[in-house]
Design a binder for this molecule. Sequence first.
Ligand SMILES: [Fe+2]
Length: 337
Amino acid sequence: MTKNQNPPIYTGDIVEEHLDPSREYTAENQEIIFSDEQHGIWADLFAGIHQPYLMEHLCQEYKNGLVLLQLDPRRIPTVTHLNERITPRTGWHIERTAVRYTLADDWYAKFAQRIFLITDYLRTRDQMEFTPEPDMFHDIFGHLPFLTQKFYARIEDKFAPAYLKATQEEREVIKRLAWYSTEFGLVIEDNRIKVFGAGIISGRSELSNTIMEFYRLGRDCVLDYTANVFEQLQENFLAHKEDINRITDGIQELHQQGQMSSQDQGWNVVRALYDKLGISRTGYFGGEVILAPFNVETIARIPKTVYAFNPMFFVCESLEQMDALLDSYLKPIALRN
Ligand SMILES: [Fe+2]
């Protein structure tokens, strides 16, 4: 490296890997023999989340799927078990991959064939609360119950056809749309905010922090849960849109400078940003995450690669609305010649 070259900036991106056919699993060797220690980690992760006071905040689509998937709370499931319960219902297939974080191009090429890759990596005991890399528990417990559900499968079906025809710039937006819906999305159900995203569901601290935010919004009188919650979220968003855009642009800038990647510094960085912008951390901005109505325009402005924490979550009025909003961006691209 010459003196003038700047060292690469660490932006918080997890290194994406190419599928390397020579080290990849084949149709014949999908199953892994796990150690008792690994089954024990699975059991503790499962028990940590499968608690009534947490599960009641998950959306119904997920809970329906979890029943159908019949996961054993004490043992990591086989790929055969998963496929037997998923494929007949929605046509999706599960395949094991040796890659820890698949390159988006490879991922969507598999998605186009309705293949959902699950990594062979399971977090270790010191990462029980948080793992930056999506592991097997995230893939299976967070995503796969949904893949037994026709409606969810239809949502997943939208991404690949658009991604494969999109420009590089559009691909970035598509990745963000997937991130803020299937990974970190929220949805209104029975006038309550429920968790939809697999990234929240599969992490106990992410899940409990998010639920605390629902309570905080009530406690701080931002939302009145006896009135229409989504309407109030929309009103709050519109009333504060200018500040939200300033925060989003500030986050984008911090992200590009590599200043939002650290797990423990993340929120301090955002708090410092609020201070710098002169935005008081009270009321709507008083929590650790801003809840905004799901909209393509804002999602397109905010980076997806901030994996240690998320400064903003997006709420859909219903799953049907999520479907329609995703279509509004993805369909015209998918229909291109
Ligand atoms: Fe995921």
